[in-house]
Design a protein around this ligand. Structure first.
Ligand SMILES: Cc1cc2nc3c(=O)[nH]c(=O)nc-3n(C[C@H](O)[C@H](O)[C@H](O)COP(=O)(O)OP(=O)(O)OC[C@H]3O[C@@H](n4cnc5c(N)ncnc54)[C@H](O)[C@@H]3O)c2cc1C
Length: 205
């Protein structure tokens, strides 16, 4: 795990977690992107016990069960229609009274009978001891709080590129993606960036 880099001189330096110093004339950055989390009680504790940020990876574990998914973009729309093919009921929690997803994706969501869209709704706590047993939600208009019984809780609110350690040396865009020559990997210095750390369109999938 690289925790620090120094790209000042002709020889780039990188330090690993254990303090090992690495020298290189060229660096290829392929650190990817990580799912964003909500940071609500129960979310971290119940990860791998019913909380997931990847419906395609984990949806199968919730066959014929009731699940909830959080988000209003294309990812949430795509993942909720995917889950609807496997699960009994999919509760889609959308914090506003509209979705950011493309029109065609929204139509697919509302035309899927076992997807229940909860508008103006935010999760406030994931419930459960050894596994997810429900989600506590708040209506953002009325402030009413209620519990939805579910066994799977999916978070689909986007990804954050793992580029923090490069911010002093390379140009990052407003979302933290490394800026490279259009359609290429060159960053302007002998450091090349590829994959989800650089390509926000692929990373958003
Ligand atoms: C649900 C889902 C479905 C997808 N489906 C498809 C699909 O069907 N087709 C498709 O083409 N793509 C798909 N993608 C996208 C694809 O998975 C990614 O684009 C691809 O994995 C990106 O590769 P990467 O090497 O850039 O990053 P990653 O695969 O994320 O790898 C990054 C690696 O860097 C390591 N790392 C991070 N920071 C550091 C550090 N500081 N020091 C050392 N190591 C570090 C990480 O531990 C990780 O091993 C999907 C993505 C998701 C989330």
């Amino acid at each position: 795990m690289i925790v620090k880099v120094d790209f000042t001189g002709p020889v780039h330096k990188a330090w690993s977690e254990s303090g090992h110093e690495i020298h290189a004339h060229t660096v290829i950055i392929a650190t990817g992107a990580s799912a964003k989390w909500l940071d609500i009680p129960g979310e971290e504790r119940l990860q791998n016990l019913g909380v997931s940020a990847c419906a395609v990876c984990d949806g199968f574990f919730f066959r014929k069960q009731d699940v909830a998914i959080v988000g209003g973009g294309d990812t949430a729309a795509e993942e909720s229609t995917y889950l609807a093919k496997i699960c009994k009921t999919v509760h889609l929690l959308v914090r506003r009274d509209e979705m950011r997803a493309s029109k065609i994706m929204q139509e697919r969501v509302v035309n899927t009978p076992n997807i229940v869209v909860h508008w103006n709704t935010s999760p406030v706590e994931v419930l459960g001891d050894d596994g997810v047993s429900g989600v506590r939600v708040k209506n953002n208009k009325t402030s009413e709080v209620s519990d939805l019984p579910i066994t799977g809780f999916f978070v689909a609110i986007g990804h954050k590129p793992n580029t923090e350690i490069f911010k002093d040396w390379l140009t990052l865009d407003e979302s933290g993606y490394i800026v490279a020559t259009a359609g290429r990997t060159f960053t302007g210095i002998p450091a090349f960036a590829c994959g989800d750390a650089q390509d926000k369109i692929i990373a958003r999938r």
